[in-house]
Design a protein around this ligand. Structure first.
Ligand SMILES: Cc1cc2nc3c(=O)[nH]c(=O)nc-3n(C[C@H](O)[C@H](O)[C@H](O)COP(=O)(O)OP(=O)(O)OC[C@H]3O[C@@H](n4cnc5c(N)ncnc54)[C@H](O)[C@@H]3O)c2cc1C
Length: 393
């Protein structure tokens, strides 16, 4: 069975799942085990995205002293969203739940908390359009798979409601870590303002592209297998756009001949799907090589390129119905700089990157995982559970 067949099994949005992980991700990944241990020192977490927030939350549940250092002025990382575009929140990064809603319960890790976040799955009547060699055709989405849209909510909102309140009081924003010394009894961290922080253990969650750029130095140097994994890891850039139209002239999904290749992916989709809203918003998701055509343009030229692409498929309906749009170029986010580890990367890369060093420096995040599935929020949260379990042991 090739990758495309796997994707069909999981529905169209197997798109962001690595081949090796698709089978896992099709079933629920509710694989918690008890988090506890005898450790009682201080932990510093670098980064306040999904993995950093989940790590801090679990440490707070255990009563462990922790501090989060976040480079940007806000939390959430690649779960960024905007509430100012239309009357429902727009996810500029992570959009779908690539797993069962039971994953929310795993992340919250507290049976007394009732999670009210609502999601909706796709159904086999949803229309998939395909534009290929100048011909547009449609079919029903025969096998809708596991992917779910948040209803008037996002991954960010879920974290903001259930996870972040325990973590934000211990979070220092606008703090860019530039060096980590894990050679002694304590780990010493220095930020770009030369402020020094000390902890017994550190959980590192900054994105892989940040490690690739070498802007954080490690003492002792990272071991050669990790350096090799960092150097060879294929990391895809990412670009999303959301366009509001006066009418819905498009199907649930619009695919192209290059929607799914070994070099990247792209897809237009109904971003209003399942929302309690009358607004018509079309989303564009693109990563890897397929994102570059959009990333290479800016402003009106970028907008016109997108509208022109859609006009060709829908006989000019895009320009006629256009109201406004927003874009998110992940390569330009100063402390993230890319989308994620390519879906077709070898599993050895993320598992090597997940390995802890000297029982002091731990790694959590969507690229630092022993799962054979990466590039998803639920995987980042699972890696945080693994890291915290190791820290406490
Ligand atoms: C376009 C796109 C679409 C996606 N779609 C989905 C989807 O539909 N569903 C899904 O589940 N996932 C999706 N993902 C993936 C998902 O967003 C990520 O897997 C997840 O959010 C990563 O969380 P993280 O904590 O590992 O990293 P991040 O969210 O990147 O968090 C890392 C944090 O570290 C901070 N940082 C960086 N450098 C430093 C430093 N030197 N010092 C201190 N802090 C630093 C950053 O500012 C950031 O806040 C998508 C991602 C993209 C880009």
């Amino acid at each position: 069975m090739n990758r495309k067949d796997f994707i069909k099994m999981c529905g169209l949005f197997g798109l962001s799942m690595p081949l090796q992980g698709v089978m896992n991700a099709c079933s629920s990944a509710n694989n918690n085990s008890t988090i506890s241990g005898s450790f009682s020192g201080k932990v510093i977490i670098i980064g306040a995205g999904a993995a950093g927030l989940a790590s801090g939350y679990l440490l707070s549940q255990q009563g462990i002293n922790f501090q989060v250092l976040e480079a940007s002025s806000t939390h959430g990382g690649r779960m960024k969203r905007t509430t100012s575009f239309v009357d429902f929140p727009i996810p500029l990064g992570a959009e779908w739940l690539h797993s069962s809603p039971s994953e929310f319960t795993s992340i919250v890790n507290n049976s007394n908390v009732q999670v009210t976040t609502q999601t909706v799955g796709y159904n086999n009547q949803d229309v998939v359009g395909n534009y290929n060699n100048g011909t547009y055709s449609t079919s029903a989405n025969g096998n809708p798979g596991v992917d779910r849209k948040f209803i008037n909510s996002t991954w960010f909102d879920f974290f903001d409601t259930y996870i972040a309140p325990s973590v934000l009081p211990n979070t220092k924003f606008n703090t860019v870590v530039r060096s980590i010394n894990y050679s002694g009894n304590k780990v010493t961290i220095t930020d770009t303002n030369n402020v020094v922080y000390e902890a017994d253990k550190v959980i590192f969650t900054a994105p892989l592209r940040i490690l690739q750029e070498g802007s954080i130095s490690f003492t002792p140097q990272l071991p050669s297998n990790k350096l090799n994994a960092i150097r060879t890891a294929p990391v895809w850039g990412g670009f999303k756009a959301f366009i509001e139209f006066t009418n819905k002239f498009y199907p649930t999904f619009l695919t192209f001949a290059d929607s799914q290749t070994s070099e990247g992916q792209r897809l237009y989709y109904d971003a209003s799907y399942g929302q309690n809203s009358n607004r018509h918003v079309l989303g564009l998701f693109s990563v890897g090589k397929q994102a570059e055509q959009y990333q290479n343009l800016t402003g009106n030229a970028q907008r016109d390129y997108i509208l022109n692409e859609l006009d060709q498929v829908f006989n000019g309906a895009a320009s006629t119905n256009y109201i406004k749009h927003i874009v998110q170029n992940w390569n330009e986010e100063p402390h993230i700089k890319a989308a994620y580890l390519a879906d077709n990367a070898p599993t050895s890369i993320s598992s090597t990157l997940a390995t802890a060093l000297n029982s002091k420096l731990y790694f959590a995040g969507c690229a630092y995982t022993r799962e054979d599935d990466w590039s998803s929020v639920h995987v980042a949260a699972k890696s945080a559970r693994d890291a915290v379990r190791e820290v406490l042991s």
